[in-house]
Design a binder for this molecule. Structure first.
Ligand code: GAL
Length: 739
């Protein structure tokens, strides 16, 4: 059987030197670290992005236990930025170019039972021979061993990968098993399909394997009653594949699978042959302070935020393959994914292009069993046409996976359509007057083709969570206008806005403080008004949303007052009161936004006289005539509460892989009825006691009335207590149980 052990504990040195290999025992300058690891903890903003671009060293003793004796032994790396050399007992055993895709190093011949010296040279500079580097890019590729590492031992014949494919009628499942062997032998291949631990079908086959790579396909036929994977019911099945020798199972693999069909056609996107308008956002995988180095729980939480808080049906993993945990969660919750290879505008020389083509292979072979993934992005984001190169990336994708179409994100018009879907960044979408471009004007073709907008907004209107109200409202409205206009155009599959979360960037981009404030949420995943455009599209049976885009008496608008007042809501109507006075009952602007499922309510009349304004405002939302929600704003709000919330009340001491666990803590400064004090800029300190520590600084400044931080476990069980404190207020204390 296979044995897999996480290799999460290492010693780390910020400078790589050959002495770290030759003089392995010398621990001078090394500190003990746990993966996921950022090679440098960065400030929140205003830092020199060169600070994490260096060559560092990770080392540890590698104990090969007796159970691995006589087996083939590998080290699996999920993601190391950007170039890695792996040394075992002083000898190089493997290397890899690229920070976003996994790689494996075989160490069988060197790894005898007992202790070995394992050293990694990790080059996190922006090497121009590796995508996305060579020119400039609008995001940071933080350094370090930021995803999991495993030691794996298998028999002489083992399962290297599997690929599942079902037929249209849902009554057959092909299970392709990629078997790697160093011997010729006869054995049995056994597969089963089950759901909720009940076996639905299974099959056993005699097989003969040869030395090298073998592909065996088992077909489960005559399946019945298969349930589809869909957005609201993401039904997952379990497939188990086993290699059997005599009576023993010599290797096995478990795969989760969803039965569904995805197809882009000239008239839109079809999931299970049902037309669905895609409504989504782009996600960068970065977090404050530790960049990419966030473990499973934080990756999963991002997917949950996109699906449940924002109500999206699609996310684009801009601009690279993201964590397996993020993708697994998308499978579980029914969130479609556009996954793409690393790159940004620049195409390098032939050797560089070879790495990019290899990235296509690595991405698809890692992720082809995810039902959530509905298209492969096989172009360097926003790069120029380059026929031979893109022929290669497309051919590679099609050779590996016939069940998904290819796309390739571009911003140029008349671009050569080698892909199946013309995926286009249209930064005109979302303007009131200048509407999105017509698809034929963009493609230069005389017929309609499958077409999707993969970015809009972003740098056209960067917005901070605490910007003037009018600016934040405009940000929201641009997202609404874009989805509205695209919603009306049946020839567009949908739109993925730029972007979900603010992110750190290079000096050439963003607001000059190394942040692109392009998110509908900030870097802590705290909402801006634009996020309500998305959340208000949810069905009210899931959650009733009522978000008047105003802080009422706080803040400034050019002409004073709060008009026009946009209310993003999924209610049928909203009544507004100022003080005791009913101002009116208002309905969604269906005429103005026919392309939105749930248009905002816009109150654009003079609703108050001078004196009225110093009164409370009350909004009551109605569905089918029944009151369902209220939002109130005070005439004279004063920050009077410091509210603390944690995402999780229970953590795992050692995370999921002998590592650590994290959860987010949000602190909000509010008035007495819990409305955010948008002009709250206070010094704030986080008090964390017990087996947990704060990621990033424990004392900082709250911006725009809120801040968040992540707590990480120290490895011990117990209770973490968390509270926060400003010079004037102290929050409650919350407890997190660590098991
Ligand atoms: C696009 C690019 C994104 C981001 C965005 C900002 O051109 O693809 O990565 O930079 O602009 O609006």
């Amino acid at each position: 059987m296979r044995t897999v052990l996480p290799l999460s504990h290492w010693y780390y040195h910020e400078n790589y030197s050959e002495n770290h290999i030759s003089d392995f025992e010398d621990m001078n300058g090394f500190s003990s670290i746990i993966i996921p690891h950022a090679n440098k903890v960065t400030p929140f903003s205003n830092f020199d992005e060169k600070m994490y671009q260096f060559v560092s060293c990770y080392k540890r003793k590698l104990e090969i236990p007796e159970v691995m004796d006589g087996k083939r032994i590998f080290i699996d790396f999920e993601g190391v930025m950007t170039y890695t050399e792996v040394y075992l007992d002083g000898k190089i055993v493997g290397s890899h170019k690229g920070g976003y895709t996994p790689f494996t190093v075989e160490i069988t011949s060197a790894a005898t039972t007992g202790e070995h010296e394992l050293v990694l040279k990790v080059d996190s500079t922006e090497r121009s021979d590796i995508p996305p580097f060579g020119f400039v890019i609008d995001y940071l590729c933080y350094g370090g061993v930021y995803r999991e590492v495993y030691l794996r031992a298998v028999e002489d014949t083992f399962i290297e990968n599997t690929k599942l494919e079902h037929d249209e009628e849902l009554d057959a499942l092909d299970i392709k098993v990629f078997i790697n062997s160093i011997v010729r032998k006869k054995m049995k291949l056994q597969v089963s399909l089950s759901k909720d631990n009940e076996v639905i079908d299974s099959m056993k086959l005699e097989i003969e394997v040869n030395e090298g790579k073998n592909l065996k396909t088992v077909a489960l036929k005559n399946l019945s009653g298969i349930e589809l994977w869909d957005l609201d019911h993401p039904v997952l099945y379990d497939v188990r594949v086993e290699l059997v020798e005599g009576k023993d199972i010599s290797d096995s693999a478990e795969i989760r699978y969803g039965f569904r069909t995805v197809q882009f056609r000239a008239d839109g996107f079809y999931l299970n042959n049902r037309n669905i308008k895609l409504l989504g956002l782009n996600r960068h995988q970065s977090f404050p302070y530790v960049g990419y180095a966030m473990p499973r729980r934080a990756q999963e939480k991002d997917a949950d935020i996109l699906k449940f808080d924002l109500g999206l049906n699609v996310v684009r993993t801009s601009h690279y393959p993201q964590s397996k945990h993020f993708l697994n969660r998308c499978d579980e919750i029914g969130l479609l994914v556009f996954e793409e290879i690393p790159g940004w505008q620049h195409i390098g020389d032939e050797a560089w292009q070879d790495v990019a083509v290899e990235n296509v292979r690595e991405m698809i072979e890692r992720d082809w069993n995810h039902p959530s993934i509905m298209i492969w992005g096989v172009r360097i984001n926003e790069s120029p046409d380059l026929h031979d190169f893109y022929k290669r990336t497309n051919d590679m994708a099609r050779r590996l996976d016939t069940t998904r179409q290819t796309g390739g994100v571009r911003f140029i018009e008349d671009s050569e359509l080698i892909e199946d879907v013309y995926t286009f960044n249209d930064f005109q979408a979302g303007f009131k007057e200048r509407r999105h471009r017509d698809q034929r004007a963009v493609t230069g073709l005389e017929k309609d083709v499958p077409f999707m907008i993969t970015e809009f907004a972003g740098h056209m209107h960067p917005t901070k969570r605490y910007d003037p109200e009018q600016w934040r409202v405009e940000h929201a409205n641009r997202h609404a206008y874009a989805h509205d206009e695209i919603g009306r155009d049946r020839r567009i599959a949908g739109a993925i806005g730029w972007c979900a979360f603010d992110y750190n960037t290079h000096y050439q981009f963003g607001s000059g403080d190394r942040i692109c404030y392009h998110g509908v949420m900030d870097m802590f995943r705290l909402p801006k008004y634009a996020s309500y455009v998305y959340s208000s599209q949810k069905d009210p049976s899931v959650e009733v949303v009522l978000e008047p885009l105003t802080n009422w008496t706080q803040g400034d608008r050019q002409e004073g007052g709060v008009m026009p007042l946009d209310i993003y809501t999924n209610c049928d109507s909203v009544k507004m009161f100022i003080g005791e006075k009913e101002i009116g009952e208002y309905k969604p602007a269906f005429k103005k936004f026919p392309g939105l499922k749930r248009p905002p309510i816009i109150i654009d009349e003079m609703i108050s006289t001078w004196g009225d304004f110093w009164n409370d405002a009350l909004f009551i939302g109605y569905i089918k005539g029944e009151e369902v929600i209220r939002r109130k704003f005070l005439k004279d709000p004063v920050p009077s509460r410091l509210i603390i919330q944690v995402d999780d009340r229970e953590l795992k001491a050692k995370g999921y892989d002998d590592s650590y666990d994290v959860t987010r803590v949000i602190v909000t400064l509010t008035d007495r009825i819990e409305n955010i004090s948008i002009y709250g800029f206070e010094r704030i300190s986080f008090n964390v006691e017990g087996p947990g520590t704060v990621i990033g600084p424990a004392e900082t400044v709250m911006t725009g009335g809120a801040i968040a931080f992540w707590v990480k476990t120290t490895g011990e069980p117990g209770v973490i207590t968390v509270s926060a404190e400003t010079p004037y207020l102290i929050s409650d204390q919350v407890c997190i149980e660590v098991i």
